[in-house]
Structures are given as C-alpha cells and as structure tokens.
Ligand binder design. Structure first.
Ligand code: PLP
Ligand code: COI
Length: 340
C-alpha cells in the first residue's frame, strides 16, 4: 500500500484530515449498525446536548508501524473500557467495547496510508468520541448520541521531542474531589484551557495540578500522568481518585517491574517531597514519556538532578522499553498488541 506523501519527521501534534472516519448513531434506545464515511463534518441542531451542556466523552490511542511492517494498536481494549466508564458517568449510553474495537480497526484500516512508517518518529493518533446530539434545553441528558472515530498522523506532543520541559505548579485546580477528574470528558479539558494558555504565556510547557482539597499533593497535568524516580531507582506514581487512570502509566508500572526489575509504588505524592526525586516524567498516549527537567512553584525552582539536556537514565529505559514493545522490537505481554 502506497503511503501518503507527508513529511513525517516534521509534523507536530496537529490535526491532519484523513480519508475515512467511523460513525454510529444512537436513537430510540439502540445504536445503529454504524460504518465508515468520507464526510469529516457534522451537522447538529443548535440546541444539541453537546453544544449546550458539554455532554461528550473521548479516548485517545495510537496505531504504529512495527519493525516488520505490521500496523498495530496498543491495548485498545483498555480504551474501550475507559470510554464505557466515562459514558456512564455522563449519563450516556455505553458504546460496547467490542464494537469500539471493531470501529477502531475499521478506521485504521481505511486510513492505512496515513499510518507513519516505522522509524519515522510519527504515529497515527486515533480519536474515538461520542456526544449528545439531540436538542436539550433543560439540564438533562440527551437521548440521541453519535459515536465517531477519526484518525490523524501526529509527531511529538511537546516541541523538542525528548528534551526535558519546564512546568509550573498551577494556580488553578483541574478536578474536584468526587468530581470528573477520573473520566475522559471534554469538560475537563475545557476548564484547563485558561490554565494552559496562562502557563504558555509565562513560558512553561505544562501545568502540574495539585489536589483541589488540600493543594499539597501532586495530581497530573492537563493531558498526562506523572511518574517520578527516586534516588534509589524506585518508580513512584501519584495515586488519586481525581486523575485519569492512564493506560500508559499502568503499562509503565508493569514494564518497570516485569521487564526492568524495578520497584514500583502507587501512592500519594506530596509537592514537598518532589525536590527529593531523581527524575520526573509525564506519561500518556500523546506525551508517550516526556521528561520534566524543572518544576516551578510560585518562584521556587525545583530542578530535577537529571537536568535540562536529556531524559534521566531510568526514564529513558522505561521509554525505550515501552516504545520497543509498541513498535514490535521487544516482545509484548500477552494481549497488549492488536494487529490490524
Ligand atoms: N491524564 C490526562 C488528563 C489525559 O488526558 C491523558 C491522555 O489520555 C492521560 C492522563 C494519559 O492517559 P493514557 O496513557 O491512557 O493516554
Ligand atoms: C492522549 O494522550 O491521548 C490525550 O488525550 C491527551 C490529549 C490532551 C491530547
């Protein structure tokens, strides 16, 4: 199959329209059969639930070309499960995870020409999402919904790729205790826009959000979870009910333990102890594993010993092993890789 003529090495994390997308509609209590379409636009009533009350949830995963030329996705069943949970929380009908997988496979197959070649540094980002589509004016759930999947080739989420970034401790909170922080709903990202624009204006690449109740504990960033490495090489990741349960983070903890023989710990992490860690990284589908070199807390600089030039050694091992598994260079645990 002929690949599209795209300058793979120089694309950023931006939308590039691809050929086909998947659509299924929910009406009168049931999802229709669904299928692929070439139409990238959606026509909605002015009062659609998504437009008025933000009734929408989404997912993000990637397709990779492996070393031996297959197209694969990474743990898509976990994205399907998480979307089921997100939908339930926002009073939306569940799009069953078996159908979710089928829709992802069909969409990737239909856009195979846009899956970046092995070694290009780019991947195909897959965005499943669903939203309330019929008019609602009183505050209540819609009763018609649309589920869609589109794809777009992407490069690194942070400019500079693997260069360590500087982030700030945000003055804003991302998620309330007992709120929506642990689901993947558009509303969590809408409310982070002011915070990220502010951080960018001040020269920071991202925000570190603290727990809203006490503002003493590390939560996550706007689009990734944290991992920290202790000076004795333990992998520590914050535990909280108001962060997104990252599939990348769960995978990295497994890789740390089972592939690298490192100790791991999922626990509350206090901002006060961050200065004692050796390395810090952000992890997520878009971010992969991005090193953090410096964290600024209201003028107080916390400089990670791994510095601003390159990834810390343990972060690098985690990154190499995870991406090695995703690209088919390292044998994956059972069930992690779905060949398209
Ligand atoms: N946290 C937030 C807020 C996110 O948006 C994402 C991205 O999906 C993640 C964490 C990382 O999750 P995953 O590794 O499943 O992509
Ligand atoms: C992802 O990593 O898939 C995300 O959804 C993060 C997003 C903010 C780009």
């Amino acid at each position: 199959m002929e690949k599209k003529q795209i300058d793979w090495a120089n694309i950023g994390f931006n939308y590039i329209q691809t050929d086909k997308r998947y659509v299924s509609n929910y009406k009168d209590g049931a999802w229709d059969e669904g299928g692929l379409t070439e139409d990238a636009n959606i026509v909605l009533n002015e009062c659609a639930g998504v437009l008025q009350y933000a009734q929408t949830v989404f997912e993000g995963l990637k397709a990779y070309t492996t070393e031996d030329g297959h197209i694969v996705t990474f743990r898509p069943d976990l994205n399907g499960e998480r979307m089921e949970n997100s939908a339930k929380y926002l009073e939306m009908p569940v799009f069953p995870k078996e159908r979710f997988l089928d829709a992802v496979v069909k969409t990737v197959e239909a856009n195979a020409a846009y899956v970046p070649p092995y070694g290009s540094g780019a991947t195909l980002y897959i965005r499943p999402y669903m939203f309330g589509s019929n008019p609602v004016i009183g505050v209540k759930p819609a009763d018609e919904f649309q589920f869609r999947v589109f794809t777009t080739p992407v490069g690194p989420y942070f400019k500079g790729g693997a260069k360590p970034i500087t982030i700030k401790v945000s003055d804003f909170d991302r998620a309330a205790p007992r709120g929506t922080g642990n689901i993947k709903a558009g509303l969590n990202y809408a409310m982070s826009l002011h915070a990220i624009v502010t951080a960018h204006e001040e020269g920071y690449a991202e925000n570190m959000y603290l727990d809203a109740a006490t503002r003493t504990k590390v939560e996550e960033t706007g689009g990734a979870n944290f991992i920290f490495i202790t000076k004795d090489n333990k992998v520590v990741t914050p535990k909280s009910d108001s962060i997104l349960p990252s599939i990348t983070r769960r995978s990295l903890l497994y890789v740390a333990k089972e592939y690298l023989g490192l100790e791991t710990e999922e626990r509350e992490v206090y901002l006060d102890e961050v200065k004692d860690f050796a390395e810090c990284g952000l992890c997520g589908t878009a971010a992969v594993v991005s090193p953090v070199g410096k964290i600024v807390d209201h003028g107080r600089e916390i400089c990670l010993p791994s510095g601003m030039d390159e990834m810390g050694p343990v972060t690098k091992k985690l990154y190499d092993t995870l991406t090695g598994i995703q690209m088919g260079k390292i044998e994956a645990p059972e069930g992690w890789i779905k060949v398209i």
